[in-house]
Each structure stands twice: as C-alpha cells, then as structure tokens.
Design a protein around this ligand. Structure first.
Ligand code: HEC
Length: 137
C-alpha cells in the first residue's frame, strides 16, 4: 500500500516530531536557578534577611530587609540597612537586572558597601530577579 496525500504527510510529520531531540538545559527553571545563585553563590540573605536572637537568619522574614550589623573600621561610605527584596515590591525588574550585571544603577551610580558589586550575565541576573519575585512578601 502506498501512503499518499495528507495521511502520509501526517505520518511523516509525526515521525519527524517524535524523532527530534528534546531540548534540555542544566537548569530549565529560572526560579530554581535564581534560588541557587541568590542563596548559594551571592548569599544575598546574609544581609537582606533579619536574624533571630540565635544569629540564624529568620526564615519567616526571608529577604524582607535587615539592619547591617557590622561596620568598617575606617570611615567610608556605608549603608546600615539592606532593603527588602522579597516579591520585588517597589523595585523595577530591569533596574535590578542592570544592577546585578554591572554593579551600578542604570544612572551609573554604585550602591554603598557592603552591597557587593555583582557582574552576573543577563540570564543569571534575570533568574535571580525571577526568584526574588517568587518570594512571599
Ligand atoms: C554583604 C551584604 C549584602 C549582600 C551579600 C547583598 N546585599 Fe544587596 N544591599 C546591601 C545593602 C547594605 C544595600 C543598600 C545599599 C545602599 O543603600 O546604598 C543593598 C541594596 C540592594 C538593592 C537595592 C534595593 C533598592 O531598594 O534599590 C538590591 C536590588 C540588592 N541589594 C540586591 C541584592 C541581591 C540580589 C543580592 C545577592 C545576589 C544582594 N543584594 C546581596 C547589602 C548586601
């Protein structure tokens, strides 16, 4: 029997789609990648999460902003408060992506230490922002 016309076409299309390799990446979920980068690499919570009296980060106020409880010995520009990041409330996505990619605001201004100047690539910066957006606020 010859397969002709649309039946044959459909069959060929089906075989073609079925045989295509499934695209895979190491970390397909940007929120999961952002969590890994924020929690294990950038350790944002060290400064942006308040601590319990025991010194442990307070999981119930994760990334909800905290006082910076250490200071440099010498006088220098210094921020004493690390703002809330959870849910990205009041923060502009593209502004935070820019900050994480360049270490400065889009106006070219560096935040005060101890905020580190990160140099993430765009994909990683966007993943961190996706993770921050996913956090309860
Ligand atoms: C060592 C402490 C520390 C760490 C670690 C840290 N930050 Fe910060 N961050 C700060 C401080 C302090 C400020 C406030 C700076 C200022 O007021 O000039 C700040 C400010 C920011 C701001 C600006 C918020 C606003 O209201 O404009 C963003 C966004 C931010 N941090 C994101 C992050 C992310 C994301 C990470 C992890 C990848 C991180 N920070 C890690 C201390 C820290």
């Amino acid at each position: 029997m010859r397969l002709t016309g649309w039946v044959g076409g459909l069959l060929l299309l089906g075989i073609l789609l079925w045989s295509l390799p499934t695209p895979t990446t190491a970390e397909p979920d940007p929120v999961a990648r952002g969590r890994y980068l924020a929690e294990r690499v950038g350790v944002c919570a060290d400064c942006h999460t308040p601590r319990l009296p025991s010194g442990e980060p307070d999981r119930s106020r994760w990334m909800m902003g905290a006082e910076v409880d250490f200071k440099p010995v010498h006088d220098q520009p210094w921020a004493t408060h690390a703002p809330a990041l959870a849910g990205m409330v009041g923060l502009q996505e593209q502004e935070v992506v820019h900050l994480l990619m360049t270490g400065t605001t889009s106006g070219g201004i560096a935040l005060r230490p101890p905020m580190p100047r990160y140099r993430l690539d765009r994909e990683d910066a966007e993943a961190v922002v996706a993770y921050l957006k996913s956090l309860k606020h």
